[in-house]
Ligand binder design. Structure first.
Ligand SMILES: *Cc1c(COP(=O)(O)O)cnc(C)c1O
Length: 388
């Protein structure tokens, strides 16, 4: 890795990732390297890069930048968040190995672990990690890998990374944290004891909702090298062009995350005092599960929140139709504000019964607060609430 930016703060690391790396023309912004292959210096003497499935310069710049942001030694950039989680599963797990994952983890991760375990690739146990007895019981089965995802989706429940990581290590498990919702600006899982951090870079890290990518960041170089062997083996890696765009998005990460969070805090305050809102879920609220943990574990409460509309089923379509700025779409973490109805969108694959047990009501909406002017965002919510 380049020595530049080792002792710098995160805002600086993000802005300066890969700058001034072009020795040929001195371009400030890094060049894009689409080449799939690299000329050998001579017989039996490859350069740093030889074939792009394994590594390429554009991808490398993103990996170095995100590794520094998370405080890891190395990273592997993949073509989406799911392929990063798939890669770590394939690299680490053998039949009969057990993964312990949160019962309310990202739906795609739930489906991946479930479907692969049904084919016999490994075993999986989903537990409520805020339930210490259930967690202990799962850990007593000696899992190989423990996935932590906090705050959870869509209720923003927070669990204690440090405590769970310690207990997982006591039984010899590796700890993987999905840090997509927080970003390294607000939460540093490796410092809290995790071995690996993963992101859907599709969300906050890119921040512009125009590419898919995923990443794994490692605390241990040998583990990173072993997983990279698998990445090259199965071919999970992302393109130079997407890598370039992602690096461009990363430059504004700290600014975006902080401003989106400020906006979200104002949306939370507005909704919490509105008579047509039944409940608000955000880690900043003392009523939220894990609020006290969030206060010490996170550097901020983030820009995702959810809330329940008061009234009966017919208010939901009316409210969503009346919104002009908040767009009804599934993703999160972009500069644009989005609203999502988990019961019919992100969590529609789960049975109504299971949704009810998980606390996801049909009146629940999740919002990803963007970078629009807060006055306009609040006015949009206000006028839409007036229609119901
Ligand atoms: C979106 C998401 C993923 C999957 O990422 P893709 O880039 O869509 O494959 C994984 N984990 C979390 C928490 C996510 O939000």
């Amino acid at each position: 890795m380049t020595s530049q930016a080792n002792n710098l703060n995160q805002g600086t690391i993000a802005v300066r990732g890969g700058l001034n790396t072009d020795d040929q023309y001195g371009s400030v912004v890094p060049v894009i390297t689409p080449s799939t292959c690299y000329r050998y210096e001579e017989f039996a003497k490859p350069r740093e890069f030889d074939y792009a499935r394994k590594a390429n310069p554009s991808r490398r710049l993103v990996e170095e930048t995100v590794a520094k942001l998370e405080g890891g030694v190395d990273a592997i950039l993949t073509n989406c968040g799911m392929s990063a989680i798939h890669l770590i599963s394939v690299a680490l797990l053998a039949p009969n190995d057990l993964v312990v994952a949160p019962h309310d983890c990202y739906g795609g991760s739930y489906r991946l672990f479930n479907s692969l375990s049904q084919k016999g690739y490994f075993k999986v146990k989903f537990v409520d990690q805020s339930d210490l007895v259930a967690l202990q019981e799962a850990l007593s089965l000696h899992p190989k890998l423990v996935l932590i995802e906090t705050p959870s989706n869509p209720l923003l429940r927070v669990v204690d990374i440090k405590k769970i990581a310690q207990q997982a290590h006591d039984v010899g498990a590796l700890v993987l944290v999905d840090n997509t919702f927080m970003t390294p600006i607000l939460q540093k899982p490796l410092e809290l004891g995790a071995d690996i951090v993963t992101h859907s870079c599709t969300k906050f890290l890119n921040g512009h909702s125009d590419l898919l990518a995923g990443i794994l960041v490692f605390k241990d170089q040998q583990l990173a090298t072993d997983v990279l062997w698998w990445a090259n083996n199965i071919g999970t890696l992302t393109s130079s062009f997407d890598s370039y765009l992602l690096l461009r998005g990363l430059r504004t990460l700290a600014a975006r995350v902080n401003l989106q969070q400020d906006n979200a805090q104002k949306v939370v305050a507005f909704l919490a005092s509105h008579p047509k809102i039944a409940k608000v879920f955000h880690p900043s609220l003392p009523t939220n599960l894990g609020h006290d943990i969030a206060k010490k574990q996170q550097k901020g409460f983030g820009s995702l929140l959810s809330f329940e509309l008061a009234g009966d089923a017919d208010v939901m379509p009316k409210f969503l139709k009346a919104l002009n700025i908040f767009t009804l779409a599934q993703s999160l973490g972009g500069v644009e504000s989005l609203v999502c109805h988990p019961a019919t969108m992100t969590h529609s694959g789960i049975s109504a019964e299971a949704r009810k047990t998980a606390g996801i009501s049909d009146q629940l909406l999740r919002i990803s607060v963007g970078l629009e002017d807060i006055t306009d965002l609040l006015a949009d919510l206000q006028q839409a609430l007036e229609t119901i």
